[in-house]
Design a protein around this ligand. Structure first.
Ligand code: F6P
Length: 507
């Protein structure tokens, strides 16, 4: 990739922009802020406060053409085996089609029937047990759509194997009125199984072992394992190997969310995702929101060498959105080899982090404004709140606009170096009308496809995650030693062994 003419041209172009301030770009071009935006179906992306010009966008579009991005998008959306290291499709787009494949439709109907029954007052609480992609999507979306949820039903999320999380997730709940949904594509994830077993004991202790299965549902691509665990066959929901964990919110992994907000709101979420899928497939690059975000991500990461970016929702309901996108982006983009196994040759995925504004302004924005590193950020906000406190919303959004303005333009020099605001710090604003199931679906698909765009440029496979395996293997060996079923590994390093020994002697 980096040896193509398009890449070389972008490198030279980036050199030419050295020392050009965002202030200059706006002064020279009064319409810049109206022109360097893209919009689809109520969702606006303003990318004018990035260090780029119209020429940059045209050159990035040429890069997209050079790497065959359009063809790759079609291959993904049409279910071709784009996950090459696992030889299967990454066909999450099929889950949200208005006319999905029959097995998807059947499972959506199964979910709707189950969710409708679960919402009829039988349960006080539903606890989703899962981790990573089997937790973050429904946890994020349930928090995001709290205003649309059944207020009489508590939906909680249990992910960490830390027993403190089990305690917190079940605190105050009546086991006789609690439903657990065990979500695990593989049904082998140790944290999830440990929590599921403890939950089963907790239920059995209260209602009797023979009644425990009535309190469990499961979502998995290994239905036999779920039934062996004790879940009734009709409460086991399917996942397919062509749905990756971090791309699975629209599948039955979203069952807890559907129970919280109801089948109609869930359908709206899917419709928002599908709208972006089709926009991504068809819109020209300069109007294509996910492609633009991805290409600007490449521009910032590879040509400006900025190693992180912040995701700052000015929406408290999106408090978990940065954590959700962190998994989506970092598990997808944290790769050093291309799909064919050869070294990638350029920097790949940035570190993704963030939390809601305005809280972050009183925490880490100091570094964004005056630190020695440049940190591009995405602001996400909405014109209408999901509450009646209009003045609060005006204040919130005033802060978001002000932060983007201050980062870009700084302030005139007062002569006091401590109070100097140099500006020229890039940001992108994603502005929606209102946070609804549909717009949340748009946002999720927007970032999914941003990640796909970047991965396509880098030539990496964004749908595998081999890098998480070594830690799992080592942990199971150490766990065997901690529980006394294995002796110390004589080849283990002295640091790890000493720490284990100290733990064993003091626990
Ligand atoms: O963290 C690794 C991972 O494999 C994620 O990709 C996945 O979302 C998570 O573990 C949970 O996996 P499972 O759904 O199989 O329990």
């Amino acid at each position: 990739m980096h040896d193509t003419g398009e890449w070389q041209a972008l490198s030279a172009h980036r050199e030419a922009l050295e020392g050009v301030h965002l202030r200059d770009l706006f002064d020279r071009d009064p319409q810049r802020g109206e022109r360097l935006v893209a919009e689809t179906d109520g969702l606006l992306v303003d990318y004018s406060k990035n260090r780029l010009t119209d020429e940059t966008v045209a050159m990035l579009a040429a890069l997209a053409d050079r790497i065959g991005l359009r063809h790759r998008i079609e291959a993904m959306l049409d279910g071709k085996p784009v996950n090459t290291t696992e030889n299967r499709p990454a066909w999450h787009a099929a889950l949200r089609r208005p006319a999905p494949p029959p097995e998807v439709r059947q499972e959506l109907n199964h979910m709707a029937a189950f969710a409708t029954e679960a919402r009829d007052g039988r349960w006080q609480a539903v606890v989703n047990i899962g981790i990573g992609g089997s937790d973050l999507g429904p946890a994020m979306a349930t928090a995001a759509l709290a205003a649309y949820a059944d207020q009489d039903l508590e939906v909680r999320f249990l992910s960490n194997v830390d027993g403190a999380h089990f305690g917190a997730a079940t605190r105050g709940l009546d086991p006789a009125r609690t439903l657990f949904i065990v979500v695990s594509k593989t049904f082998t994830t140790t944290e999830t199984l440990a929590n599921a077993i403890t939950a089963r004991d907790w239920i059995a202790h209260a209602v009797g072992a023979d009644q425990a299965s009535r309190h469990f549902a499961a979502v998995t691509a290994s239905p036999d394992k779920a039934q062996d665990f004790g879940v009734d066959a009709d409460a086991v929901f399917a996942m397919w190997d062509w749905v990756g964990g971090r791309y699975s919110l629209a599948s039955a992994v979203g069952l807890s969310l559907m129970i919280a907000v109801g089948p109609d709101a869930f359908a709206d979420l899917l419709a928002g995702m599908h709208q972006i899928d089709e926009h991504y497939r068809t819109a020209p690059w300069a109007e294509n929101l996910p492609a633009l975000l991805g290409l600007i991500g490449i521009w910032n990461r590879n040509f400006w060498d900025w190693p992180t970016y912040g995701l700052l929702p000015y929406a408290q309901e999106l408090a978990l959105f940065p954590a959700y996108i962190q998994q989506l982006d970092m598990e997808s983009s944290g790769k050093s080899v291309q799909a064919d196994g050869s070294p990638v040759g350029t920097a790949t995925g940035p570190v993704v982090w963030g939390q809601p504004g305005t809280n972050g302004q009183h925490a880490f924005h100091q570094l964004l404004h005056q630190g020695t590193d440049i940190v591009p950020v995405d602001f996400i906000g909405f014109c209408q709140p999901n509450h009646g406190l209009a003045e609060h919303h005006d204040l919130l959004m005033a802060n978001m606009f002000a932060q983007a303005e201050a980062l870009a333009f700084g302030a005139p020099d007062t002569g006091d170096p401590h109070r100097s605001f140099p500006g020229n710090r890039p940001s992108t604003v994603v502005l929606g009308d209102q946070l609804t199931p549909r717009s949340l679906g748009q946002l999720v698909a927007l970032y999914e496809h941003k990640v796909f765009t970047q991965a396509t440029v880098w030539g990496i496979n964004p749908f595998d995650q081999w890098g998480v395996e070594l830690g799992k293997t080592l942990a199971s060996g150490i766990a065997a030693e901690l529980t006394g079923s294995a002796t110390p590994d004589p080849n283990r390093d002295s640091s790890t062994q000493s720490l284990i020994n100290r733990y064993l002697s003091r626990r």
